[in-house]
Write a protein that binds this ligand. Structure first.
Ligand code: FAD
Length: 309
């Protein structure tokens, strides 16, 4: 079944990995009995692999995707960005994905490198990348695009952001995967607004598992400006590692206890979010798996994601 048939058939469950930078990391992810093997047990509809800014991780991205393809246990989906990429280079990479049996991708602008205000490539927005893929490759790729329930951090307004999302649909995108969003009220406003705007594409909701205090604060605030709702702030406060979660100075045993307690409450928060997404009738749940299998397996099982397959 192709991805679009899956979206039409059931609530999709997908996972996202990043390409490790080292051979050791690759072995942990792709080696026998490694993270990938354990994640296959969750029967995800697809597993996507991110693409490094400036193409620095392109090699490992393709290696991970080739491994998923060769294993034949789920559909590999690549990410592709505009950062530092010229038309010819993009076309070559797309052809190489096709040559390796990878026909599904997420077309993104990419995060601008720190200190830069341009992609330094031929395309400046994902709208252009989607258009180019359609022009050069027709229907050979199923194309996903990013949606930002809180508005992209650099958008001039949420309305403008939604209009650009609509343009991605008009240019040929097939589905949307969303940026993480901890704020359910905002998500509800956004999903209503995009449907009002005529965006009919399936929405696969990106869910960032809450597993670690510093990582949660970092992921929410370092790039995306995600709101942290009161209920999540309370969890962070209750288990705050004094004085600084990024450089803890408390007794190691106390820190360990706090981290474990945070993990439990964070997993419970994540599962409640997934319940709410299901109740809203979203088309899929996309777990940012962060190359971790244990906590992700727990969330998938306890949230009933495996039963949806
Ligand atoms: P765009 O849709 O191009 O939007 C970027 C900004 O420009 C927005 O503010 C938008 O409002 C505005 N805009 C859009 N189109 C136009 C237009 N035509 N004219 C004027 N303004 C416009 N990053 C990576 O580097 N690698 C990855 O693998 C990766 N994977 C991701 C996976 C998911 C599920 C998500 C949600 C994000 C991912 N990202 C990744 C991050 C993403 O690249 C960043 O959020 C990036 O800053 C924006 O990408 P985009 O495709 O949403 O950009």
């Amino acid at each position: 079944m192709g991805l679009l048939e899956k979206f039409a058939d059931h609530t999709v469950f997908s996972l996202e990995l990043f390409p490790p930078k080292t051979d050791k990391g690759m072995e942990k992810l792709c080696g026998k009995g490694g993270v990938l093997d354990r994640l296959y047990e969750l029967h995800p509809d697809y597993i996507s692999c991110t693409y490094g800014a400036g193409g620095t991780n392109v090699g490992k991205n393709l290696e991970v995707l080739k491994k998923i393809k060769a294993d034949g246990r789920t559909t590999p989906v690549t990410h592709l960005t505009c950062i530092g990429n010229k038309r010819g280079n993009i076309e070559e990479q797309l052809q190489s994905f096709l040559d390796n049996g990878i026909e599904d991708l997420l077309a993104l602008r990419g995060d601008l490198p720190v200190g830069k205000d341009s992609t330094e490539g031929d395309f400046h927005y994902a709208t252009e990348l989607v258009k180019f893929i359609k022009e050069r490759f027709g229907n050979r790729f199923t194309i996903g695009v990013a949606g930002s329930p809180e508005g992209h951090i650099a958008c001039r307004s949420i309305e403008a952001d939604i209009s650009f999302l609509k343009r991605k649909q008009d240019n040929g995108a097939d589905f949307i995967t969303t940026q993480m969003c901890f704020d359910m009220e905002q998500f509800k406003r956004w999903i209503h607004a995009i449907r009002e705007a005529g965006i009919t594409l399936p929405v696969n909701v990106g869910v960032m598992p809450i597993l670690d205090q510093a990582a949660t604060v970092n992921m929410a605030l370092s790039r995306n400006g995600c709101a942290i709702p009161r209920a999540l702030s309370e969890i962070i406060s209750r288990h705050w590692i004094f004085p600084n979660p990024f450089a803890p100075t408390e007794d190691e045993a106390i820190i360990k206890d706090k981290k474990e307690a945070f993990l439990e409450e964070g997993i419970a928060y994540t599962i409640r979010q997934i319940d709410e997404y299901h109740a809203l009738g979203v088309n899929g749940i996309h777990l940012y798996a962060l190359n971790k299998s244990e906590a992700v397996t727990r969330i998938a099982k306890e949230a009933g994601l495996i039963d949806f397959v």
